[in-house]
Design a protein around this ligand. Structure first.
Ligand code: AR6
Length: 178
């Protein structure tokens, strides 16, 4: 399997079955990547989201993708960063874990994450990328042969640099046999 980070627009990803949206607890859309995903998916996405009853911070829910090129959207709600002593790390880790659990339940083998919480929610990139990448590596090591591709689709070069560094820290060798 492969774990990588790329530069791009997550709404254009056609090489993955599911993309992960950085949503809010209402699941009814917003700005940032959430707004971009809803615009690209079309109005049926929010209609399905309305049936879900929101989503707690750290949890994840799945919908169809409508006009997007992938098959599914996994909506997760990252924590707002209040300085790091309000359980942010555990909540962010839970976003990644729950997103992959939801993918696993559907038999989804390829997933693209956005950089959860590092925009409007203010989570520092160095800490968020470490927590995200550590959680994904831990999850795939516990679920070998379950995924073909997990990637971060980063909207800017600085974000890409942080995720790439964290992935490289784990080393390609760690992926052998997974
Ligand atoms: N493709 C990939 N990444 C993107 C795209 C895109 N099309 N657009 C933005 N990003 P944010 P958060 C990046 O603020 O911090 C929303 O209003 C962006 O540059 O979207 O979790 C929700 O409704 C940044 O690196 O998410 C919530 O209220 C990353 O996506 C709140 O914002 C995440 O930034 C969630 O805030």
């Amino acid at each position: 399997m492969e774990i990588k980070a790329i530069l791009g627009d997550i709404t254009k990803q056609a090489d993955v079955e599911a993309i992960v949206n950085a949503a809010n607890e209402s699941l009814l859309g917003g700005g940032g990547v959430d707004g971009a995903i809803h615009r690209a998916a079309g109005p049926d996405l929010v209609k399905e989201c309305r049936t879900l009853g929101g989503c707690r911070t750290g949890d994840a829910k799945i919908t169809s993708s409508y006009d997007l090129p992938c098959k599914y959207v996994i909506h997760t709600v990252g924590p707002i960063y209040y300085g790091g002593k309000s359980g942010e790390e555990e909540k962010l880790s839970s976003c990644y874990r729950r997103s992959l659990e939801v993918a696993l339940e559907k038999g989804i083998r390829s997933v693209a994450f956005s950089s959860i919480s590092t925009g409007v929610y203010g989570y520092p990139l160095d800490k968020a990328s470490k927590t995200g990448v550590d959680t994904v590596f831990d999850f795939v090591s516990k679920h070998p042969s379950s995924f073909d591709l997990i990637e971060w689709v980063c909207f800017d070069g600085l974000t890409l640099k942080y995720y790439e560094e964290q992935i490289n820290d784990h080393g390609r060798s760690a992926l052998r046999g997974l």
